[in-house]
Design a protein around this ligand. Structure first.
Ligand code: FES
Length: 128
């Protein structure tokens, strides 16, 4: 048995909202592509492994989304890049609750402001 109580599920879109095409959900710095595939909710990282284009707006057929920039193709069931074994988008657990797709996401990180970045630099802290 796994412990799922420590991470709350994040509501994203209704099932109807992603029925025609996957949609992007931003969670802090994290982009998540949410879809319904074969009647099941799916959530993967939304940025292409090639040059980081958003996969939202890519053509999606039979659970495979095509990146709109250079046509790399990903299976939304497991995040796998077609034709490149081992290359996968991050896959997040997803479920439907009262018609809303909820995703189990890590804690949101927000980018530092310029002020925070400069103060961190002045303190000799990491730039990240
Ligand atoms: S950025 Fe997606 S294929 Fe190039």
């Amino acid at each position: 048995m796994t412990d799922t109580a420590s991470t709350p599920w994040t509501p994203t879109f209704t099932v109807e909202e992603v029925d025609a095409a996957p949609r992007r959900f931003d969670h802090g710095e994290l982009g998540v592509l949410v879809a319904m595939v074969d009647g099941l909710p799916r959530a993967v990282s939304a940025d292409c492994l090639h040059k980081g284009a958003s996969l939202e707006g890519g053509v999606c057929r039979d659970g495979v989304v095509t990146c709109p920039s250079h046509w790399w193709r990903y299976d939304l069931r497991d995040g796998s890049l077609q034709g490149t074994p081992g290359a996968t988008l991050t896959v997040y657990p997803a479920r439907v609750s009262d018609g809303v797709i909820e995703v189990d996401l890590p804690e949101a990180r927000h980018p530092r402001s310029l002020r925070e970045t400069l103060l961190a630099h002045a303190r000799g802290e990491s730039a990240v």
